[in-house]
Design a protein around this ligand. Structure first.
Ligand code: PDD
Length: 285
């Protein structure tokens, strides 16, 4: 089946989907993006992802490329035209196409919008979750505005590659004081020996994950204790459970951090419960 992408107002065959060489996203990483889970052909937590997209755009003074209602229609069209039941929809907005110059282009420059979607293998994802994943830790060498979901992801790319080369699935970044900030493309969590769920507060040191926010809601619903504070690598290695969250992984058990097993080296039971219950709390539309 041939894939379809949306590029600036047109649905085009994926292999012919191109942006201009002077797109500022391409030249300056001057753009932002979102990844939204698709479940049964519907969008998971669209409101949260759209709110965050609008926030990222506001922070960078880029206009919304199209209205929010039209945006929702385009996302669903791309999902439908690619026959995605379970998978992901990716959307990216850049400041648009203009003669290369660092300063913002003239106000008439239209922001550029690209949307793609692809299916993922749910059985494979569940098998991975049943095994759990390994993470490595690396110094957080990113800029201080990681709360903006910018397409400038070079440190994240290098961290994920380092993880892969170490036979791990994710890299957790560590700040100068030894505290975990977040993963290369996920938020980081632990369950303490006392059964508290700990994740770093959503200040400017992390991206405030939409999955993270839904897990916070799930914890409240279950009466589980949430503590938003930093934790060290050592504390995470000694924790009862650890997991990592993102639209691409939902709630993913972490069974090893660097060379140390977490808990008994198997996915934690609470983590498994949160993964199983996640979509009962998420918005699915
Ligand atoms: N990444 N932290 C970072 C640095 C991320 O890139 C992501 C998401 C998250 C989790 O956010 P959310 O729960 O809203 O997916 C945290 C996306 C999935 C990606 O780049 O593929």
């Amino acid at each position: 089946m041939s894939r379809v992408a949306y590029v600036n107002g047109r649905y085009v065959p994926h292999r012919e989907a191109v942006v201009h060489v002077e797109d500022r996203g391409y030249q300056f990483a001057d753009g932002v993006y979102e990844v939204c889970e698709v479940l049964g052909g519907r969008l998971v937590d669209e409101t949260g992802h759209m709110d965050r997209l609008e926030r990222s755009l506001r922070e960078l003074r880029i206009d919304m490329p199209i209205g929010r209602a039209a945006f929702g229609v385009v996302l669903r069209q791309v999902v439908r035209r690619n026959r995605v039941r379970d998978g992901l929809v990716y959307f990216q907005v850049s400041r648009g196409v203009a003669r290369r110059d660092h300063v913002f282009p003239t106000s008439g420059t239209r922001p550029a919008l690209v949307v793609t979607a692809r299916s993922s293998n749910r059985d494979a994802a569940e098998a991975t979750a049943a095994r759990g994943i390994r993470v490595i830790t690396l110094p957080d060498n990113r800029w201080e505005r990681v709360d903006i979901k910018s397409v400038g992801l070079l440190p994240n790319v290098l961290a994920r590659q380092a993880a892969k080369e170490a036979d791990a699935r994710e890299a957790w970044f560590v700040d100068q004081d030894g505290f975990v900030t977040e993963g290369a493309a996920t938020n980081a969590w632990i369950v303490t020996r006392d059964g508290e769920l700990v994740t770093r507060q959503a200040d400017s040191g992390i991206l405030k994950g939409i999955t993270r926010t839904t897990v916070v809601k799930l914890l409240a619903k279950r009466g589980l204790k949430l503590v938003e504070r930093p934790f060290t690598v050592k504390e995470a290695q000694a924790a009862r459970e650890a997991f990592t969250t993102a639209a691409t992984m939902v709630v993913m058990p972490v069974i090893q951090i660097d060379d140390m097993p977490v808990g008994n080296g198997h996915p934690g039971s609470l983590t498994g419960e949160l993964r199983a219950a996640f979509h009962s709390v998420a918005e699915i539309a």
